[in-house]
Design a protein around this ligand. Structure first.
Ligand SMILES: *Cc1c(COP(=O)(O)O)cnc(C)c1O
Length: 238
């Protein structure tokens, strides 16, 4: 049987408490403060009622990864004081639905996509924060810029008006071996630090978004500043 909203609210409260604790401990292990790490809730398939409950408990950063679902929920969402971001693969022709509604698009991996974000934001006098998605595992059929092209790619998009490059995002290959996973995370942190060292105009490496339900503590230990957590907060997806 499906869980009632009441059961889902209770489960969320417990999960939120535990995840906040785990984030704090991982932050301390990596020599940082708990508040240096941003928890972004990945809300795909989660009903608006449950999301609004989460917001009432203090969750501030929400990420959707399908445009249609984002729009379906948008009007009913308690958005006051919330930061909405887009974390999924994005088709160029759908950027128009996000401009003015999200603070950041985390999945920029083509000049064409960056160009459309720029065009629409510049037209409306807005600036969109973007993260460049990196295909850290060099997987075929996966989004993200190849690591060896990363600097060149950022150099190409950073000059676009209406767009501000504020960090990197990655979804490493599915992998049971935490050591291998940490190698991917550490690789991301190295790119992040290297690019910051280049002090490029309109590029501020302030967000390194990596780590999900199964591996967010490891990601934080390797330098993540933002983790995107879904099922551990809201329960398994249908
Ligand atoms: C669903 C999703 C997550 C969260 O995944 P969980 O394993 O449920 O925590 C993180 N990032 C992206 C891009 C997602 O689509």
């Amino acid at each position: 049987m499906e869980k009632s909203f009441d059961e889902r609210f209770k489960a969320f409260d417990q999960n939120y408490f535990e995840i906040t604790e785990k984030i704090a401990r991982a932050a301390e292990r990596s020599g940082r403060r708990p508040e240096d790490i941003t928890l972004l809730a990945a809300t795909k398939t989660v009903p608006v009622e449950v999301i609004n409950h989460a917001v009432s408990k203090g969750l501030k950063h929400l990420g959707e990864n399908r445009v249609q679902e984002f729009l379906d929920k948008y009007d009913r969402l308690d958005k006051d004081g919330c930061d909405l971001q887009f974390i999924g693969q994005l088709q160029t022709n759908k950027v128009k639905y996000l401009v003015g509604k999200v603070s950041c698009i985390q999945s920029v991996d083509s000049v064409k996509l960056a160009g459309e974000i720029s065009r629409l934001c510049a037209r409306d006098g807005l600036t969109m924060d973007v993260l460049v998605e990196v295909n850290i595992g060099r997987e075929e059929n996966k989004g993200g810029v190849a690591p060896e092209r990363l600097v060149e790619f950022i150099d190409e998009i950073r000059v676009l008006p209406g767009l501000h490059v504020s960090g990197l995002m990655a979804i490493p290959p599915i992998c049971g071996d935490k050591k291998i996973l940490c190698r991917y995370f550490a690789g991301m942190e190295k790119y992040y630090v290297d690019i910051r060292g280049k002090s490029m105009d309109n590029v501020d490496m302030v967000c390194l978004s990596m780590g999900m339900s199964s591996d967010f503590p490891e990601a934080i230990e390797c330098g993540a500043t933002m983790v995107r957590v879904g099922s551990s907060l809201f329960g398994a997806r249908p």
